[in-house]
Design a protein around this ligand. Structure first.
Ligand SMILES: [Zn+2]
Length: 131
């Protein structure tokens, strides 16, 4: 009854469930039952760790399509709210406008590409502000 583990690593060598890296002793983190390395743990905790919340490549793709700098009605509304609030969390913005987060993301990505708004981290939270 001593052949319990399939993994050769015991206490001193833990493998990250996220990226498979070997985690030095004492640096493993637990997250919802997963053992994660520091990096994966940070990722798991803060998906918006990068300061650019919206993928640049999707903005580019959108930009190629629209090509111009014209905003649509919804985008105008978004900019209006930003001007009014001086910055707002995406979730709240979507609520205000009564649209789905995914719709908001599409519009903000386009607006980002037009350099009309940008993402900003305030105390670790993601905000959308005017450019
Ligand atoms: Zn990892």
């Amino acid at each position: 009854m001593n052949r319990a583990r399939e993994k050769p690593d015991s206490k001193s060598g833990v493998t990250c469930d996220g990226c498979g890296a070997n985690i030095p002793e004492g640096e493993d983190r637990e997250h919802y039952g997963q053992v994660l390395c520091e990096d994966c743990y940070m990722d798991a905790l803060s998906p918006s760790r990068t300061c650019d919340p919206w993928a640049v490549h999707s903005a580019k793709r959108l930009g190629d399509k629209t090509g111009g700098l014209q905003t649509n009605a919804l985008q105008d509304k978004i900019l209006g709210v930003l001007a009014e609030t001086g910055g707002i969390e995406p979730r709240e913005l979507a609520q205000r406008l009564g649209i789905k987060p995914v719709e908001l993301e599409r519009e903000t990505a386009a607006l980002r590409h037009m350099e009309k708004l940008r993402g900003e981290l305030r105390e670790g939270r993601k905000y959308i502000v005017l450019w």
